[in-house]
Design a protein around this ligand. Structure first.
Ligand code: FES
Length: 569
């Protein structure tokens, strides 16, 4: 018996209520004859521009479900537009995940196709669906076609950081910066660099949650719609076979995700999302696992922000299946995927066209050990993260004096003050920007360099914070410091002029201040009052976990299951 029969197979008044309004929608008896009912969880929204084309993608999913003998029921989910939401889309990732979970549990669905695109929408869909644990297929929105600016392709995000620093240094007029806005992309889709959206799409494909090449096919390419149609059909088959999402969310598939992320030079945000997804799936995964599993993987994908190319070239090179084939024994190859093939079979079927974009293991972009590193030390007892491939090699071992900012607003106000004491050796410290402190852990960790240093040709400095940074960004930026300052982590005790030592090869981040002095400062420390005291933000601040636990809410970790509950009609 299907799960949906728990609703539609009812007799009497209860059955009447469950069925009659669907007749009103135009469905006929076949929806009630036991065929799989497949939800299409659509995060389409004009407030999330990277997801806006999912309305069209959903039509293709509908076709696939119908062709395979299922019944499609589409519904909207919350959506999270990275570029518009304030204070940060990350504040709402867990809310969207909770909404997805509850919608799946509360309705007569036998399976679901999850449609996501912009950064947070993919982990939110996976987290919610993992907790509900129905049969599920994920379809991400695909990257946008790059626009052109000053004679070359414009890389989403990465070029914005670069060009804005050119403006700050006085080398590019503001009018050109404004003109670049319309060159950023040539249509729908998510950022076309290996930013967070491309990273989350790629690693979920490698985990087996998406069909082959789903992560890299361009948003409006016909291939995206073929993939969406097949995804609809596969969701029906998974529902018929009773194969839940947890089949694909295993310790081995998370290990693969970490290794694929390292080979891609993927976003630091993947760390916090993977930890949260693993928590939902009840799979043990720690920061130490992520550091250890990343160490022996070379950077193979020559993609911005760590390399040269964009997502269209990655797709041309065979996308995730080609990368999986190249990584070979570094991955668990015999894992199932929603396609019905094992990962090994997916890799074997890959078209591998450009080894300048996905490089051979023997000739990588950067050698093993250049991926994400997890640091610990007196400044980050519970961990911090740095993306080595996007950092300056000369700064990976560095000792400098701290210049501390209590908020991003204070940073913006003061950093270009001509009297501020800063030089290329200074370590810029930003605090109160973690999950609870901001709240929502915004992408502000890649602090813009002081204008005065930019004008002297300085292009990188060590920056440390409890914030995140955009996956499209770069620099020697230490992020996700835990515990964050707002809960009394050592970051709260740093003062201007303190010495900080960064040692990435040794995986250390230390505040060189004596224990007694730190104890004295701790006694003086006063936690700041929360900025918001109502609604979702209040719930979030009261329950959010630290970055090393994925910044999920404490009461949402784990699976709820999709059992049919009590009925009110
Ligand atoms: Fe949506 Fe970059 S802004 S993916």
């Amino acid at each position: 018996m299907t799960r949906s029969a728990g609703w539609f197979g009812e007799t009497g008044k209860v059955g009447f209520y469950h069925r009659n309004k669907l007749f009103g929608e135009g469905f006929d008896d076949e929806i009630f004859d036991g065929r799989p009912v497949i939800g299409i969880a659509n995060s389409w929204s004009q407030l999330a521009p990277c997801n806006v084309h999912l309305r069209r993608v959903a039509e293709a999913v509908h076709d696939g479900i119908l062709a395979a003998g299922g019944v499609p029921l589409e519904f909207n989910t919350m959506s999270l537009g990275e570029t518009l939401m304030r204070p940060t889309a990350m504040l709402f990732r867990n809310l969207m995940a909770m909404e997805v979970e509850e919608t799946l549990r509360a309705n007569p669905l036998d399976g679901v196709v999850l449609l996501s695109s912009c950064d947070k929408t993919t982990p939110a869909m996976v987290m919610g669906a993992a907790s509900a644990d129905l049969p599920a297929v994920l379809v991400t929105g695909g990257p946008s076609l790059p626009g052109r600016f000053q004679g070359r392709p414009m890389a989403s995000g990465t070029d914005v950081w670069r060009i804005s620093e050119e403006v700050r240094a006085g080398r590019l007029p503001e009018s050109e910066f404004r003109y670049a806005e319309r060159c950023n992309s040539r249509g729908n889709g998510h950022c076309n660099t290996m930013g967070t959206a491309s990273t989350m799409a790629s690693i979920t494909e490698a985990m087996g949650l998406q069909l082959p090449t789903s992560a890299s096919a361009l948003a409006l390419d016909a291939e995206r719609f073929r993939i969406a149609t097949r995804a609809g059909a596969r969701a029906v088959e998974l529902a018929r076979a009773g194969i839940p999402m947890s089949t694909f969310l295993t310790r081995e598939s998370f290990e693969n995700a970490v290794r694929v992320n390292a080979a891609l030079g993927g976003s630091t945000n993947a760390v916090v999302h993977l930890l949260a997804m693993a928590g939902r799936a009840e799979v043990p995964l720690s920061l130490e696992d992520i550091d250890r599993l990343s160490r022996d993987v070379p950077l193979l994908a020559d993609l911005l922000p760590s390399g040269r190319f964009l997502m269209p070239e990655f797709h041309e090179a065979g996308g995730v299946p080609a990368l999986v084939a190249e990584l070979g024994a570094l991955l668990h190859q015999d894992l199932p995927t929603v396609s019905g093939m094992t990962l090994r079979e997916v890799g074997a079927a890959a078209r591998r066209e450009r080894d300048d974009v996905i490089r051979p293991l023997a000739d990588p972009v950067q050698p093993a050990g250049s991926a994400l590193a997890v640091l610990r030390g007196s400044l980050a007892p519970d961990g911090a993260v740095i993306k080595q491939s996007a950092a300056s090699p000369g700064l990976l071992k560095h000792r400098g004096r701290a210049l501390v900012f209590d908020s991003i607003e204070e940073y913006t106000d003061r950093i270009d003050d001509p009297d501020i004491e800063v030089d290329a050796e200074t370590v810029l410290v930003l605090r109160n920007s973690g999950p609870r402190g901001y709240p929502g852990m915004p992408e502000v960790g890649n602090l813009a360099l002081p204008k005065r240093l930019l004008q002297r040709g300085i292009t990188d400095m060590v920056r440390i914070s409890d914030a995140r940074m955009s996956g499209t960004s770069y620099g020697t930026v230490v992020l996700h410091v835990a515990p964050e300052a707002a809960v009394g982590g050592p970051l709260a005790l740093v003062r201007d002029g303190d010495e900080i030592e960064l040692d990435v090869p040794g995986r250390r981040l230390d505040l060189l201040v004596g224990t007694e002095e730190l104890q004295r400062r701790r006694q003086e420390w006063v936690p700041s009052a929360p900025l918001e005291t109502r609604g979702w933000t209040r719930l979030y601040v009261e329950h959010v976990l630290q970055a090393d636990r994925g910044a999920d809410l404490d009461f949402l970790v784990g699976r709820s299951g999709s059992a049919v509950g009590r009925r009110s009609t």
